[in-house]
Design a protein around this ligand. Structure first.
Ligand code: ASP
Ligand code: MG
Length: 592
């Protein structure tokens, strides 16, 4: 019999009537011939209220007791949901995380799932029950109650769908599906029919709220197709699956992260270990760092810029000041009025001129780009916060995101994914005694890339656009782009990598531009080292471990970029093999 997991978020169970409506959806699915597992969140804003309550008793409540408290929110909803099913004459049994055998580690308030036992759920299902599962919670080895982090019910739902090998996982929420950007910001945003795991992961980590990041990591690891749909209508919603909606468009979505702050460390001695000294201090404080950009040093000094959430700025500056005195950097600047605009799409990996199109749309809108980073499927720029919405609109329009792609696909339930994950791979992964552990898929080196650096680029609108237009028009394939911020006297520098054989051509074009840069330099002798896998950003330790491993072997990092899928560093080509060996050793245990 087909099995379906349905998850109802807080707004979908906010009142007794809504609980009844959700119960009816579950009953309908059962009557259609499915076994049904329902995962529920706490009612409405109950979790927020519980946190509030705790704070009134103790400003800094112990994490263990916090989980004891927060888990009650979901316990209320599962009981009520089961009662609602009974009232309509059907059988249901509610279960807490512990009763379902969801084992987690013991990192209270952000626990990770290790194993889930399915026997009890299966038995109840086989007896004709709808199983009502409490989201967001589990137990550790000592039977302490744990929670999975805010929004964690999504992760419960997808992980149950994975272990039960469910035919569908439906996430019922208060929006109709996944949009090309937040429709509250841009009414012209379009609801997508489907989106790939990788794209959704990037968008989710950029704050495109719809789902808990870790739930998408689960879905990707175990090939669970997810349908996001409204609990208040019968509209089909959006599928999150292995394949993108279109195989021709370069970009599928855009996101705005409004409350960012930028920090720049000036005059960092360009030698092994500097990045590690900085970022380990941030990781120790659990600060989420994004958009790390290191420009190529002039003399022996480099500038390192990165962004953090605004609310973590104070703590960040403290950590950074410590690092500055240890490494002997010359100073720190910061700006708390910036916003990050990103575009995401699997299609951009295979096309030229995508970055240029984004930069052009911003230049036309007169918006200055302060910082740039790119990864295989994402380009992010930093702009002044007051220009954030116009910037998002310009970019959304430039990629025609409001229009349905002409080759748009629509995933059908039961459809076979085309990724190379076989049923036996999945069963192997399900056997793991640590389901959410970091999973690395590949550690590799690309040696045939060259680096180009433009120094003395004035920080004004339109220059990045000019540069990348020339380069794209000449058919040069640009990979990593990094523009740093706030360098010498309002100037910035732009570095990027191109295929070795296009380097000379690229330099000629840049030298022939009517704009004269202070310096155009480059190197054929670079190596790009990549670590790719699932959960690279929720496991923040990866980038740190990478810096440490390279620093320990005396290898200097020249450029860095990070995404959900991959962390890339560019190093001196002569040290490529050594660097690769270091990383393979460091990550041997996580490699699948
Ligand atoms: N109730 C929890 C929260 O509000 C879990 C969830 O809703 O997914 O974060
Ligand atoms: Mg929620």
């Amino acid at each position: 019999m087909p099995l379906i997991v349905q998850k109802f978020g807080g707004t979908s169970v906010a009142t007794p009537e809504k609980i009844q409506a959700a119960a009816r959806k579950a009953i309908r699915a059962q009557q259609e011939g499915n076994q049904v597992v329902v995962v529920v969140s706490a009612m409405g804003h109950n979790t927020d209220h519980l946190i509030e309550l705790a704070k009134q008793v103790n400003e800094a409540p112990p994490a263990r007791e916090m989980d004891m408290l927060l888990s009650t929110g979901e316990q209320v909803s599962v009981a009520l949901m089961a009662m609602a099913v009974h009232r309509f004459g059907h059988k249901a049994v509610s279960l807490t995380g512990a009763q379902m055998g969801i084992r987690t580690d013991n990192s209270f308030t952000k626990a990770r799932i290790k194993t889930i036992s399915t026997e009890r759920i299966r038995r109840l299902l086989d007896d004709g029950n709808i199983v009502i599962a409490a989201g967001f919670q589990g137990v550790d080895d000592d039977l302490n109650i744990t929670t999975l982090g805010r929004g964690g019910s999504d992760t419960t739902a997808v992980s149950l769908a994975a272990v039960l090998r469910a035919d569908a996982c439906e996430i019922y929420t208060d929006v109709d599906g996944v949009y090309t950007t937040d429709p509250r910001l841009l009414p012209e945003a379009r609801q997508m029919g489907q989106i790939s795991y990788d794209e959704m992961l990037e968008l989710a980590s950029l704050g495109a709220g719809v789902m808990h990041n870790r739930s998408i990591e689960f879905a990707k690891k175990f090939n669970v197709p997810i349908r996001v749909r409204s609990s208040f209508s019968d509209a089909p919603g959006s599928m999150i699956v292995s394949e993108p909606e279109s195989s021709t468009v370069p970009v599928c979505g855009a996101a705005l992260t409004k409350d960012e702050a930028r920090v720049t460390i000036l005059g960092v001695p360009d030698k092994p270990g500097s990045s590690f000294e900085i970022f380990k201090r941030l990781a120790d404080r659990k600060i989420t760092v994004d958009m790390i950009v290191q420009n190529i040093g002039e003399g022996d000094l480099a500038d390192i810029s990165f962004t953090v959430p605004n609310e973590e700025l104070k703590e960040t500056l403290k950590a950074v000041k410590e690092a500055v005195s240890v490494i002997g950097a010359t100073g720190v600047t910061h700006d708390d009025a910036v916003a990050k605009i990103s575009v995401v799409g699997i299609g951009m990996a295979a096309q030229t001129g995508v970055a240029q199109r984004m930069f052009e749309s911003l230049a036309v809108a007169g918006i200055n780009i302060q910082m740039i980073t790119t990864s295989e499927i994402k380009i992010s720029v930093l702009v002044q916060r007051s220009e954030a919405t116009p910037a998002l609109r310009a970019v959304h329009q430039a990629f025609g995101l409001h229009l349905k792609p002409s080759d748009a696909k629509q995933w059908q339930i039961g459809q076979k994914p085309t990724n190379d994950l076989s049923a036996s791979d999945i069963i192997e992964r399900l056997r793991s005694s640590n389901m959410e552990q970091l999973t690395l898929l590949d550690i590799s080196m690309v040696g045939d890339q060259a680096r180009v650096t433009l120094s003395g680029v004035p920080d004004t609108p339109g220059l990045a656009e000019k540069v990348f237009k020339q380069v794209a028009d000449a058919g040069v394939f640009v990979d990593m782009i990094v523009q740093s911020c706030d360098g010498y006297q309002g100037e910035t520098s732009i570095s990027f990598t191109v295929p070795e054989e296009q380097m000379d051509h690229c330099m000629k074009i840049l030298k022939a531009m009517d704009y004269k840069f202070r310096k155009i330099s480059g190197s054929m002798d670079i190596a790009k080292l990549s670590v790719s896998g699932i959960g690279l950003r929720s496991h923040t330790s990866v980038a740190i471990a990478m810096f440490k491993s390279l620093a320990d072997s005396g290898i200097n990092v020249l450029m860095i970029n990070t995404s959900e899928l991959r962390v890339n560093v560019v190093i001196d080509g002569k040290q490529g093999d050594l660097g690769l060996a270091c990383l393979q050793k460091t990550f041997a245990a996580s490699l699948l």
